[in-house]
Write a protein that binds this ligand. Sequence first.
Ligand SMILES: O=C(CO)COP(=O)(O)O
Ligand SMILES: O=C[C@H](O)COP(=O)(O)O
Ligand SMILES: [Zn+2]
Ligand SMILES: [Zn+2]
Length: 354
Amino acid sequence: MALVSMRQLLDHAAENGYGIPAFNVNNLEQVQAIMEAAEETNSPVIMQASAGARKYAGEGFLKHLIQAAVESYPHIPIVMHQDHGQSPKICQGAIDLGFSSVMMDGSLMEDGKTIADYDYNVKVTRQVVDIAHKLGVTVEGELGCLGSLETMKGDKEDGHGAEGTMTMDQLLTDPEQAADFVRQTQLDALAIAIGTSHGAYKFTRKPTGDILSIERIKQINARLPNTHLVMHGSSSVPQELLAEIREFGGDMKETYGVPVEEIQEAIKYGVRKINIDTDIRLAMTGAIRRFFAENPSKFDPREYLKPARAAAKAICVARYQQFGTAGNASKITARPLVDIAADYAAGKLAQVVQ
Ligand SMILES: O=C(CO)COP(=O)(O)O
Ligand SMILES: O=C[C@H](O)COP(=O)(O)O
Ligand SMILES: [Zn+2]
Ligand SMILES: [Zn+2]
């Protein structure tokens, strides 16, 4: 198969009522873990690279790691998605590099910290849609700002996130504004704010409806039943992984993530893409800490990266099964991006908002 449009996968997921985890990748072992899990469960794949990933690995390495996955697993449809593009220029760069999907995150300004106004968000997102759709490339946008409903603050754990204290209006995407945003921008997937944030420290207790608003997803879905929704900050932060890290010398404070059953509920209401980075980080860290504790004389990176890769794979297998992604790769026939571009031009993929 080939690199496919994210829109094609999300449309398939919507038609068949499942969700697709989008895993962040930074290195070889993460790409391999995701692909081994996808192979084992027959799942379509979304791999995404952040600005931090590009800085760490370099654009060429990321592109070719994902290309290697495409070559090695020709029967699995794979999306190469750019996570949190902070400007049209960054999105253009990713498109030039061969990404089949980009996120224009216009909820924040180019600095990734300052909250943008609505008109700016519409303008930059529309600009990226105009560039991308001509090439059959998918566009994800974001409306509302990721952050905690416990502290009213944005997340800074990965260097991206709003500065200062926010209001409830900013932290919860407004359904009516979302409808206007989708109508004006004609994007393919909408990331929404419902109380999740990036990183390991999302909630100080197992989240209830007041701090994780699945209710808000239902309201947005009622207003926009045909729009694919995206949940960022959706790692579940498994307690057993925290325990493993602590047992082998790590310092992880008490914290809670997004329960898998809440994501499963959200999938019933239009959530099609679920972003996961932290769970893979935790799994790999636990495995490496354990390995070093149990094998203090070992020093071959292949020896400690093997259990790390296996732990990452286990997370991916679990999420593919839990989100209903498993079993779907072989049901999808990859369409070339030029065909998708023709569909956009013909208005076949237009967002119809009443
Ligand atoms: O949203 C994410 C990437 O865009 C990742 O979220 P987590 O930090 O919860 O894994
Ligand atoms: O955007 C969120 C992802 O978790 C990426 O994190 P990162 O910027 O540390 O690569
Ligand atoms: Zn954002
Ligand atoms: Zn994110």
